[in-house]
Write a protein that binds this ligand. Sequence first.
Ligand code: DX5
Ligand code: ZN
Length: 227
Amino acid sequence: MSFDRSIKIAPSILAADFANFGAECAAVEAQGADWIHVDVMDGHFVPNITFGPATCAAIRPHIKGVMDVHLMIAPVDPYIDAFAQAGADVITAHVEAGPHIHRTLQAIRGAGAKAGVALNPGTPAEAVDYLLDMVDLICVMTVNPGFGGQKFIHSQVEKVRTLRQMIGDRPIHIEIDGGVDPTTAPLVAAAGADVLVAGSAVFKGGSVSDPSPYGDNIRAIRAAAAS
Ligand code: DX5
Ligand code: ZN
């Protein structure tokens, strides 16, 4: 996984057909997705439940590129090895998920994955001040985590700008998660984000048997981000 700051579109399979994850991953990749974003929820850290490491391992062979696993679970540490063994390239944990995010990030890198840290909308950018030299990605939540299809929270654009300055020359991705579509993508891209997660805005209108809308949707977000 090489580092660059070009815009990467990362469809979230939270908006895919849950009975068809493998084919959905292959379809969005064939339609131009750069990364596949996998939302793991535990019904405890967030109010919704999705799936765990066994599902990640099952879909891994259907993904050619980066599998980006977003853990919305607490505790995190007991499950890191299982997600790494499932083939996650990036494992992101929330700074709010427990008292020991520093240890969690060490453990993620120790397991051989890239380490990501996610910030809820109410958490300030400064929460990552002392983590900058141990992360590969900072995920700015632009909705409250738990559900797809929510409205983008505009106050977070300023946080992205702050983080971009804090990062300086370090090889750290800024990922945006929640409410990304062609109207919000340009705001976060201009503020310094490079990985744009999008669930509903990518999967709307298409299916495994009719995947071309996925390509139209991905191109629309990418073009808007470049504008
Ligand atoms: C929210 C998830 C997001 C979500 C994004 O908890 O982390 O990845 O699926 O969905 P949209 O793009 O529909 O806001
Ligand atoms: Zn996510």
